[in-house]
Design a protein around this ligand. Sequence first.
Ligand SMILES: [Zn+2]
Ligand SMILES: [Zn+2]
Length: 367
Amino acid sequence: MDIVLDYCDEHWLTPYVYPTSLPPGNVFRQLLSLSVIVVSGGYTLYFLTAALNYYFIFDHRLKLHPQYLKNQVQMEIECSLKSIPYMSLLSTVMFLLEVRGHGKLFDHFSETSLGYWSVPVYSASFIVFTDSLIYWIHRALHSKYLYKRLHKTHHKWKIPTPFASHAFNPIDGFLQSSPYHIYVFLFPMHKWTYLGLFVFVNVWTVSIHDGNYQVPERLKQIINGAAHHMDHHVYYNYNYGQFFTLWDRLGKSYRNPSSFEGDGPLQQVEKRQELQRRLSLSAAGDIAESTVLTDSPPRTPDEPEREVELIRETVIIKETITQEAIQATREVNYGFSKGHVRTRSLTQQCEDFFAEAFAQNCLKKID
Ligand SMILES: [Zn+2]
Ligand SMILES: [Zn+2]
């Protein structure tokens, strides 16, 4: 972070902001400057990455999912806006220690025997180290005591958007980002590499909330992507990892993403849309049939096919209703039904449930 601080000192802070009585090495000046840099940098990175992702990558059909909340994006942004300054303050203290030379960051590649190889080697060790720590921190945050007090805020979003990436309780957010700070106090790293990795982890955090499951086939089982994290938001006690699935597999908390098995939230939306389309077609067919009831046309060879299709549709409806009822029951059993959001979500699900039950009756009549 001292690269950014030095740049700001040289171009703005020394000539225009601070009096000469406060030199660049003054600890209070550094603390104040870093606070402003980290908060403004945090906001910029959040809005830029999340907005680009939301408009160009995030599949907006996910907003049709029954568990997507009304005004959710607005709530996610509000939560992030409140949290980022507090999260940044805690990070600022760590950055201050680092700027004052307490970390193991170095300026020149000549300072390490690895030379330029230090970039891939230390980057890989940074990712492995932080992934391990985040797994256990995240898992601890799901304990009854910490979940209720800290982590529940982030799980308000069952179908998250990229804007949910920084929507945390500030202490929760800091705890989960602490491994990124701790690393440079334990292991050496080039300053530019560290800065680049810090941007990367922010982008990654946004990307696992975008619902985009486009991971190369070979890496699907290794990388903890948006599909895994989506299931974490939906089913709570699975896929705590950040970058890899390794710790979830070792810790027995791995769950093959439902979207890989054809039943992810986006596929559920697609099925729902298909169902609605079929229902409207069936209803239209029903009306057409009743208008010609007195003068029915002779049975055509296509009619048995239509009957088979109607039976198939009924089966699909039954499956959907069963799945949603199971999911709703799971949530109630899990004990999160007291919160306003969860209650609203369940109400919404019940409305859908009855709407579909009604539709099912209509189909039975057609049968
Ligand atoms: Zn969690
Ligand atoms: Zn999340």
